[in-house]
Design a protein around this ligand. Structure first.
Ligand SMILES: [Zn+2]
Length: 189
């Protein structure tokens, strides 16, 4: 059990680790948002620990993404849907270094296909050694994300790493706003 700083100052948690979403997928990691979308976009994201930045890119669904590894801890930290990225691949950063700014990027090439989610940080943590045993790495890891058996071994619940997140999760969650047709607002991917 560690007590690293959360990567983004937050008062809200969207989808939590392992929570099934409407598409029947398991959600790895946690979605952090401060509250109102206008407060979240541009909010600074920090490194929870010392990291080697091993991957910076933009992909469908994930949007702009930063991946950092702490080799001593055997933990890979992924930060997604970013607005502006402030680090480069190959860089080593100290704890609390600014990594990026929070965004709503889903990687859409064309705005017509934008899923319309609100700004938040998707944050998840993986064990590189488990991926390696399966002939994969953090960058090639994609499709098996929905399989519970794989999911449980590869991903670490961020609440194990952050006291502030454990506190947040223990407090009652605010009512999730609904749209006119009764659907939940898509804060939460
Ligand atoms: Zn998410």
């Amino acid at each position: 059990m560690h007590n690293f700083p959360l990567p983004m100052r937050t008062t809200h948690v969207g989808y939590v680790h392992g929570q099934r979403n409407a598409q029947g997928e398991y959600h790895p990691g946690v979605d952090l948002n401060y509250g109102a979308p206008q407060e979240d976009k541009g909010r600074l994201i920090i490194a929870p620990t010392e990291l080697e930045i091993i991957h910076v890119d933009r992909q469908p669904y994930y949007g702009r993404t930063v991946v950092g590894v702490n080799h001593d801890l055997d933990l890979a930290f992924r930060f997604m849907h970013l607005d502006k990225i402030l680090v480069e691949q190959g860089q080593w950063v100290d704890p609390e270094t600014y990594l990026a700014r929070c965004g709503d990027d889903d990687g859409s090439a064309d705005h017509r296909y934008h899923r319309g989610m609100t700004a938040h940080l998707h944050y998840d943590v993986m064990r590189p050694s488990v991926l390696k045993q399966r002939g994969m790495n953090v960058m090639t890891w994609r499709a098996s994300v929905t399989r519970r058996d794989v999911f449980d071994d590869v991903y670490v619940n961020p609440a194990e790493l952050h006291g502030a997140l454990r506190t947040l999760l223990a407090t009652p969650r605010p009512e999730i706003p609904k749209t006119k047709n009764g659907q939940r607002v898509d804060y939460l991917r």
